[in-house]
Write a protein that binds this ligand. Structure first.
Ligand code: IMP
Length: 472
């Protein structure tokens, strides 16, 4: 039956390489939603890491939508890959008191959470396949998070995946063992890697605990729960994970994740028609970061930074650079200083995130793909202390100026064309709910160049650390 809809889904999409601060955006929106509104994840798995500061405490969500703080329904959609052990672990970290508005009734968040039976299960052997195949790629590695995401999606297209709905069938264990054997065979025959029983033991124990936990959850068909909410005119937020430039088809392939991270992924990830999807809110950080390998035209320190971030951990960097200078003449050091100022450490892997200036050509590419009609600018406060910042407004390729994104960023030599902006004196938060003139110039330049209004600007880690511009 075709239901008439009274509202549309709002996708919240990262416009860079992930880690734009979407979690905070969703959490902020979630705090104003009511019980019948809905927040859904439509792709990805626990490779995502959404950091939320709430009441002075830091939470990192990997599978559960960041909107868990409010009172809206939350849904883990069909397009996701779910590691049951990881879901259980994450759920256990959320105290019942997180349901602040529901506290009088003590409604635990699991009561308003549902899962799609169509989502794919991540098995312990998927994690091994991920890490072993990455290791074997040597210098050509992607820099995956090691959470088994690519092998899980691969099994879906190979038409042998186990899906969430399978956990209720009597033959689930048998099917699990058969797929595990196939994975072990691949590990041995393709990579010469022999899996020891011991190695899988802990992960398998967690997997089966997770399955037991999942059997007690609420299950809903993604398309149905969404259509119901839209038919009644409720708000539906689709919380993107990763970012547009990591989309499996339209990102910087092969340095991408394995799902569709762009707004049209909402359709296939939930099994809904395109007309259900409204304009997206695009989230961008005031500068750029990237974890893992792949081209990054505006990276501060270029290749040196890429190799440093691949090989070093936080403690080593802190020891070598206890006090890096944001205004150093050395771009590599500037990159280190920016990373430390913005705490740019992978929320899922603890890796150092590569840092660089904002890249307008890439942002325009992402905005076009997502039809981002509104923007959110995050972490502007991290630029406190710079004397001036740069923005890449075009590329020079073979001496020709262009804004066009080449088919393969890593096969061309790109020289970014920069424009500089002065930075405000002191800290952004000292200006209260107004932006200093230098910040306003930067924000207005972005709005004009990117062709969309910036709803609010992030000026600190907590939900209330924002300056609203067009917030509804
Ligand atoms: P995978 O998704 O674990 O296979 O990793 C593929 C690429 O996407 C790697 O470069 C990862 O660093 C990157 N990636 C995956 N998830 C995230 C995320 O949530 N934020 C930023 N980068 C991510």
């Amino acid at each position: 039956m075709n239901k008439k809809i009274k509202s549309k889904i709002t996708p919240i999409i990262g416009l860079q390489w992930g880690d734009e601060g979407k979690g905070k955006g969703v959490a902020r929106i979630a705090s104003s939603l009511n019980k019948k509104d809905l927040i859904v994840r439509f792709q990805g798995g626990n490779n995502a890491g959404h950091t939320i500061w709430h009441d002075g405490q830091c939470y990192i969500f990997h599978l559960i939508p960041s909107g868990v703080f409010g009172q809206a329904q939350i849904h883990l959609g069909a397009g996701m890959v779910i590691n049951p052990g990881a879901l259980l672990e994450e759920s256990n970290k959320i105290p019942p008191a997180i349901d602040l508005r529901a506290r009088p009734k003590k409604t635990f968040f699991l009561k308003r959470m549902s899962v799609s039976s169509h989502a794919v299960l991540t098995l312990p052997t998927h994690l091994l396949l991920d890490t072993v195949s990455e290791y074997n790629k040597g210098k050509k590695k992607i820099g995956s998070t090691g959470k088994g995401i690519s092998p899980s999606y691969t099994d879906l297209t190979l038409r042998r995946a186990l899906r969430v709905g399978d956990i209720f069938y009597k033959d689930f264990k048998k099917k699990y063992e058969a797929l595990k054997r196939e994975h072990q065979e691949t590990l041995w025959k393709v990579f010469g890697y022999k899996v020891s029983g011991k190695e899988l033991k802990t992960n398998e124990k967690n997997f089966w605990r997770g399955i037991k936990f999942m059997r007690k959850l609420n299950f809903r068909e993604s398309a149905e729960i969404v259509a119901e909410a839209l038919a009644e005119g409720h708000k539906v937020i689709a919380e993107g994970a990763q970012g547009a430039l990591l989309d499996v088809r339209f990102g910087n392939y092969p340095f991408v994740t394995s799902s569709h991270t762009i707004a049209s992924g909402v359709g296939t990830g939930l099994g809904i028609p395109p007309e259900y999807i409204g304009g997206a809110i695009g989230v961008l950080k005031a500068y750029t970061t990237k974890v893992g390998e792949g081209p990054f035209p505006t990276e501060l320190g270029g290749k040196k930074s890429r190799i440093w971030c691949r090989d070093k951990r936080v403690a080593e960097e802190k020891e070598k650079f206890p006090n890096p200078n944001l205004n150093s003449q050395d771009e590599f050091e500037q990159g280190v200083a920016l990373r430390q100022a913005g705490s740019e450490i992978g929320a899922t892997t603890g890796r150092l995130r590569r840092t660089g200036w904002l890249d307008i050509p890439l942002l325009k590419y992402a905005i076009r793909m997502n039809r981002a009609t509104e923007l959110v600018l995050t972490k502007l406060d991290v630029l406190n202390g710079f004397r001036k910042i740069k923005v890449c407004v075009a590329y020079k390729i073979n001496k020709k100026k262009t804004e066009k994104i080449p088919f393969d960023l890593s096969r061309v030599k790109i020289k970014p064309v920069y424009r500089s902006f002065p930075v405000w004196p002191g800290k952004l938060q000292n200006y209260g709910k107004k932006l200093p003139k230098e910040a306003l110039t930067y924000v207005k330049f972005l709005e004009k160049t990117l062709g969309a209004p910036i709803l609010y600007v992030g000026t600190g880690p907590e939900e209330h650390h924002v300056v609203e511009r067009y917030w509804r």
